[in-house]
Design a protein around this ligand. Structure first.
Ligand SMILES: NC(=O)c1ccc[n+]([C@@H]2O[C@H](COP(=O)([O-])OP(=O)(O)OC[C@H]3O[C@@H](n4cnc5c(N)ncnc54)[C@H](OP(=O)(O)O)[C@@H]3O)[C@@H](O)[C@H]2O)c1
Length: 328
């Protein structure tokens, strides 16, 4: 294998909620990756995570990176810590799977991906949802012409208010709805409209106390004029989907970004005046993501995941710089 060994020995940086709820249980299903060590700032937390997931506990992230028995790390830290710790891990010679957003700015993404290319290490951003089979079902319908020619996409990811102490409320940790929730519908827009998207307009609503954006929207336009309208936030009722609107109908997906492993998604197809609900089979998007990570390392595919990170960061930055801000 060009870039690793089997099974790949993985370290975890930060005993995050997403790690214990989705990532580590998904990892346990794979034979080609093994969780070797987990690091926390807190020794007790590292101990309990390690016991639960059968790994070595480590106190401190630097201490984990210094271990000689790792090939890769998974980084589910607060957003502002992603790029700095991904950079340190790459410098330590480790492949990196980092939570979204891999970087908060386009420059930061460029620096990080340059480092990954120089070191010939895989740096992948965790957008597990693109690997869920429900996305293939939508793409297939689109390709078959089920809704005619695509005219526009609307995509939203938003949820009700979070606890006061949540990392997403803290500007110094890279909090805010654009970097946390907005990145999903923007990734969905890239999936269907490609990477030459112009940001025609955007708004962000900034929380008066927390000083982070808690709601936002953007209008994007592709080179041929197909548009995408995205909405996101965490002061909303729950919405986690997208609708593709074509010349002859519409396709809607209702749990597009965060489908649990046992969840059977419903796809809505509207055409010829009829609405049909199709129940799809559940899929394990996090397990697939980890498998893709291991495969990229095995193939030595450094360029593909890095390019994706750069394109995503450029689009997110364009939304942030275009946005007109309003207080909330
Ligand atoms: N891909 C997805 O589907 C998905 C879903 C949810 C979240 N996420 C992403 O995953 C990341 C973590 O989200 P989460 O909801 O799991 O957050 P969380 O439970 O708050 O975990 C963040 C972890 O970061 C570490 N940390 C280091 N410095 C910290 C600080 N100053 N304050 C707070 N925590 C600090 C902590 O680990 P220790 O205390 O152990 O050091 C903490 O457990 C975020 O980037 C988020 O965007 C991705």
């Amino acid at each position: 294998m060009p870039g690793g060994r089997t099974p790949l020995r993985l370290g975890l940086l930060g005993c995050a909620d997403i790690a214990q709820r989705r990532a580590l249980p998904s990892l346990a299903r794979l034979r080609d990756i093994t969780l070797t060590a987990v690091a926390s700032r807190d020794a007790g937390k590292a101990e309990s995570f390690a016991r639960r997931f059968g790994a070595d506990p480590v106190t401190g992230y630097e201490e984990l990176l210094a271990r000689p028995d790792l090939d890769a790390v998974y980084i589910p830290l607060p957003a502002a810590m992603h790029a700095p710790w991904a950079g340190r891990a790459l410098e330590a010679g480790l492949h990196v799977l980092v939570e979204k957003p891999a970087a908060a700015t386009a420059d930061e993404a460029a620096r990080l991906t340059r480092l990954a290319r120089e070191r010939q290490l895989v740096l992948m951003e965790n957008f597990a949802f693109v690997h869920h089979r429900q996305q293939q079902a939508v793409r297939q319908l689109l390709e078959e012409g089920a809704i005619g020619e695509l005219r526009s996409l609307s995509a939203e990811f938003a949820f009700p208010p979070l606890p006061e102490t949540d990392i997403r409320h803290r500007p110094e940790l890279g909090g805010g709805a654009l970097l946390d929730a907005g990145v999903y519908p923007l990734r969905a827009a890239r999936m269907f409209l490609g990477d030459e998207l112009e940001v025609t307009g955007a708004t962000l609503r900034v929380h008066h106390e927390h000083r982070v954006d808690v709601a936002g929207a953007a209008l994007l336009t592709g080179p041929t004029g197909i548009s995408a309208q995205v909405g996101f936030g965490f002061v909303h009722s729950y919405r986690c989907g997208y609708t593709l609107w074509g010349s002859a109908g519409r396709i809607g997906l209702h749990r597009a970004y965060s489908a649990p492993d046992d969840f059977a998604p419903t796809l809505t197809l509207e055409c010829d005046g009829r609405t049909e609900e199709r129940r799809l089979t559940p899929d394990r998007q996090f397990t697939t993501l980890f498998r893709k990570f291991a495969e990229a390392i095995s193939r030595g595919d450094v360029a593909g995941p890095a390019r994706d990170i750069e394109r995503q960061a450029r689009l997110v930055e364009r939304v942030a710089t275009t946005a007109r801000r309003f207080p909330l």
